[in-house]
Write a protein that binds this ligand. Sequence first.
Ligand code: PHE
Length: 337
Amino acid sequence: MDHSAAFQEYEQAALAAIAAAADADALEQVRVEFLGKKKGRLKDLQAVVGKVSAEERPVVGKQFNEVKDKVSAAFEARKSDLNKPQAAAAGLDISLPGVVPRLGKRHPLSQTMDDFKDIIGRMGFTVAEGPEIEDEHHNFVALNIPEDHPARDPLDNFYLSAAAYANGQAPERLHLLRSQTSTVQIRVMEQTKPPIRIVSLGRVYRPDTIDATHSCMFHQMEGLMVGEGVTMAQLKTVLRLFATTYLGQDVRIRFRPSFFPFTEPSVEVDMSWSDDWLEIGGAGMVDPNVLREVGYDPDEVSGFAFGLGIERFCMRRHHVTDIRRFYENDVRFLAQF
Ligand code: PHE
């Protein structure tokens, strides 16, 4: 082959291969093939130079060096391109001084709820959701709370239409801000067959007088497990494992007899941590009336339910002494978590 045709073919093939090399490995292969010193296409090209006549050699040798330099330069340029960080390749100047990011933080209660979901999730509980605006059926009726029960008193609930209530509208048709997350128990059981293992975390509303330990809005974690042969011992085990995982091995759990219309038997759950007992919520075995209401057979399945106050845990864990701090949006407070 004529030497200038050979130079041209080499140059075109080399430049195309360099441009096509997608990463450093591919480029290295191109280097070995086109610029390798021991063998490869540059060596072949050198052989062509060796064959030309003595008079022609200086000119052809110069051409050879020019082609070689051009390909080498293209190789180096591609190499430094591939080494550049992506940002620079995209036209960003990463050598500019940084701007301190104004990043926010998860609210301590959101962090606590994330932790809760994580811990209880390891015991097989999945997260269920329910609305904050509820009807009386889910907030009371299906939970075995009769119409004359004090928990349904308009003064103890945020009914959305007190006027309709006064006008004698059927109470079941009224809506209210849910006073407990137990509503989600009903919603889940209405839609699913046992076995069930869920938690539901969210806001509840009660017209309490606001002070360091009370708020008219707070958060609960509801738990529900229904299946064949579910027992109270399992309830206590789940709550103990949950509390020790979140707060530490020295935490103890205590049940005190209590009453809730939707559980039988019912208990208050206390937790001891550094020698102090703290009430953290209510629990019990799901009342057969509740199981029947959602179409389950209480002779076939049993279940337990619990409702824990999320603020209580979070306050205890982080030594927060006033619940109102959580809702004031004071960055100096929130930034500490
Ligand atoms: N819903 C009850 C409350 O808010 C707590 C509870 C939940 C009790 C589940 C028993 C079972 O006080």
